[in-house]
Design a protein around this ligand. Structure first.
Ligand code: MN
Length: 329
């Protein structure tokens, strides 16, 4: 999906300033962000957060729905560009049709990973298919690419069969990376993990973690107890590094969580709108090239054919010029 904020700010992300080297426990609530348009859907954004720009290479976490899209067009995100990141589309309910400027078309369903590597640049559109199910619910995640790979040629992969780890009332689908020795086929450019963890009624389990990673958990559904304390729905708990495992439990209704983690992302990033770059001038150049692309020129972003409508216009750049922080520890 797109960051459809009308007035996005440049956000400094990555770097080690917010990495906690030992286990910690910090609960962050979501921001409600309107996605624009007359029937604006809201998303709940937990990354980037002022106090937590990244978790490993995870740099953007939006959760949306459940939205009743019966009798409406549902999701309709016009063609828009990305650079320097991978998008992870993960649905909990419904279906989304992905189309991109490489000619890929994919119907995304719950339990399947669509992983788009924007790299040097790509354009994509996301819409509900005409005969969509009544409910739409999902998460949209971005993974920052390291400098060594952020200019790779764009590509798209769809993984319909992901490994599942089961233990006493716990069922974890490994979206990316590995959990308890089960590895996702998805390609990541930095050490990373993402898993959808379903907890049955009264489940109590311990999930093994990589102690070299920092981790966070997003509460998707139900009443889950994470690391000994209830995690409010839609909140993200940052857990720091150095954990070998994590206690997860649920009450009689069960619960559902999203586990995110990775090696601390040392490089500093600058994020604005749908671009991840390294400095203000680069973001300005991406924006300018996208506007040229919208006017019909052949650019790095290419063109989505088969979408009925105009591409998204880039917002105005903020007048404040941001630069990545200096490293501090
Ligand atoms: Mn997008």
């Amino acid at each position: 999906m797109s960051n459809l904020e009308r007035d996005p700010r440049e956000t400094v992300a990555g770097g080690l300033a917010t990495v906690v080297a030992e286990p910690t426990r910090r609960v962050l609530g979501p921001r409600e962000v309107p996605l624009g348009g007359a029937r604006a859907m809201h998303v709940r954004r937990t990354l980037p957060h002022r106090d937590l720009p990244t978790v490993g290479a995870w740099c953007f976490v939006d959760e949306y729905g459940p939205a009743d899209v019966t009798g409406s067009a549902g999701m309709n995100v016009p063609p828009h560009p990305h650079t320097g990141l991978q998008t992870v589309t993960w649905l909990l309910d419904g279906a989304v049709h992905h189309q991109d400027s490489l000619g890929n078309e994919q119907l995304v369903r719950p339990g399947q990973l669509s992983l788009m590597t924007a790299g040097h640049g790509i354009t994509h559109a996301e819409t509900s298919p005409p005969d969509h199910p009544p409910l739409l619910r999902g998460v949209q995640l971005w993974v920052a690419l390291p400098d060594s790979d952020r200019h790779v040629a764009a590509h798209f992969a769809h993984h319909a069969n992901l490994p599942v780890v089961s233990d006493d009332g716990l069922r974890a689908t490994v979206i990316i990376g590995s959990v308890a020795g089960e590895r996702s086929p998805a390609h990541a450019y930095t050490p990373l993990v993402g898993a959808d963890v379903e907890l049955g009624p009264d489940a109590s389990s311990r999930l093994p973690l990589d102690p070299g990673f920092e981790h966070a958990v997003l509460a998707l559904d139900g009443d889950a107890v994470v690391d000994g304390a209830p995690l409010p729905r839609a909140s993200l708990v940052y857990l720091g590094c150095g954990r070998h495992d994590l206690d997860l439990a649920a009450d009689g209704r069960g619960g559902r969580l999203l586990l995110l983690g990775g090696a601390p992302f040392e490089e500093e990033l600058l994020m604005w709108w749908n671009f991840v770059g390294r400095d203000h001038d680069e973001i300005v150049a991406f924006r300018s090239e996208w506007e040229t692309s919208r006017a019909g020129a052949a650019t790095r972003f290419g063109t989505v054919t088969g979408y009925d409508g105009a591409p998204l216009a880039a917002p105005e750049m903020p007048s404040v010029r941001l630069r990545p922080r200096r490293h501090r520890r």
